[in-house]
Design a protein around this ligand. Structure first.
Ligand code: 13P
Length: 337
């Protein structure tokens, strides 16, 4: 694969319906996932699990990029092959999460994502290790009188500063302004918080002269809060998400890859498919799912080597279903084949 420019890298990741496998859980988050199947989160177990995922046959043709955590980009497979090489051999580009997590803003419930300090040096090391793209996640909460404009602006400014530095180092920045699903808010409130976040993000990206053609957006979908008594259906989520994106995202952006944010695997696929069936936009609309790609594979694995093939089949299946959804060619009946 010879991909020389930021535009080529970004376009490759989302070409032909391909999407991204988010496997960049921090060690504590990976611990939570492993707790759910009774597996201890050791460095070796994390390596074995991820090696198994990256070797799944369904990576090829369905997954264009894999986001890694710092520990994983440095790891070798059991046979000594760097995990980065396994990913590349599957036709996917290695990416790396580079933010350093969330810091509370004063005494409030709001947070700002940190990690700009020392970022340039870290990026230079990741480039030397083969990373082609990066991720930075900003988190916006909906609640009583929040999100505030101050919180949105501080987070979006950090995303834009990060994106500029990443492009200066020759990698594609994924910008992730995640409005959390947590809470009992309405879909309208989710629309409003997402609309304000995206407006602020693209204003800051423009001010920093970030090359939009070499950037990938990783947003939430516009949904009802996970604890809301009224849950919007698939068609409403698809329409409102498209309305919000069309109002805010420049058409020259090559790809929008959604996070799953706690949606079930099937619903995340159904939403993506519904949007692509509606159409009417220029960007590729695809996936960058963590839980919605991995959940069935994790459950099938249970930490046992003898479950490796069924676990890999589960990941391959979800990867394929989501590629079809990115092309607007998914149907529920295909889930049983
Ligand atoms: P989920 O799809 O599980 O939300 O994870 C995607 C991700 O990378 C969040 O930052």
């Amino acid at each position: 694969m010879s991909l020389n420019t930021l535009e080529e890298i970004a376009s490759y990741i989302v070409s032909e319906g391909k999407g991204i496998l988010a496997a960049d859980e921090s060690n504590p988050t990976c611990g939570k996932r492993f707790d759910s199947i009774g597996v201890e989160s050791t460095e070796e177990n994390r390596r074995d699990y991820r090696e198994m995922l990256f070797r799944a046959s369904g990576m090829k043709g369905n997954i264009g990029g894999v986001i890694l955590f710092d520990e994983t980009i440095r790891q070798n497979a059991k046979d000594g092959t760097p995990l980065v090489n396994i990913i590349s051999d599957q036709g996917a580009l290695p990416g790396i999460k580079v933010d350093k997590g969330l810091k509370p803003v004063g005494n409030t419930e709001e947070t700002v994502t940190v990690g700009l300090e020392g970022l340039d040096d870290r990026l230079k090391e990741y480039v030397s290790m083969g990373a082609k793209f990066t991720k930075w996640r900003a988190v916006i909460k909906i609640g009583e009188s929040i999100p505030t404009d101050e919180c949105i602006n501080a987070n979006m400014k950090a995303l834009a500063d990060y994106a500029k530095l990443v492009q200066d180092n020759g990698m594609v920045p994924m910008v992730e302004p995640e409005v959390l699903m947590d809470g009992d808010h309405s879909i309208e409130e989710c629309f409003d918080a997402s609309d304000r976040s995206l407006k602020s993000l693209f204003k800051h990206l423009q001010e920093n002269e970030v090359n939009i053609k070499g950037t990938i957006l990783k947003p939430n979908m516009i949904t009802s809060g996970s604890k809301s008594a009224t849950q919007a259906d698939v068609d409403e989520v698809a329409r409102r998400t498209l309305d919000c994106l069309i109002a805010n995202v420049p058409s020259e952006l090559p790809g929008i890859t959604f996070l799953s944010g706690g949606q079930s695997d099937l619903i995340a696929t159904a939403h993506l498919d519904a949007m692509n069936k509606i159409g009417g936009f220029n960007w590729k609309l695809s996936f960058s799912y963590g839980r919605a790609l991995q959940a069935p594979a994790l459950k099938a694995w249970m930490g046992k080597t003898e479950n490796m093939f069924i676990s890999q089949d589960a990941l391959s299946h979800r990867a394929k279903m989501n590629r079809l959804a990115s092309l607007g060619q998914w149907a529920e009946e295909l889930e049983d084949e």
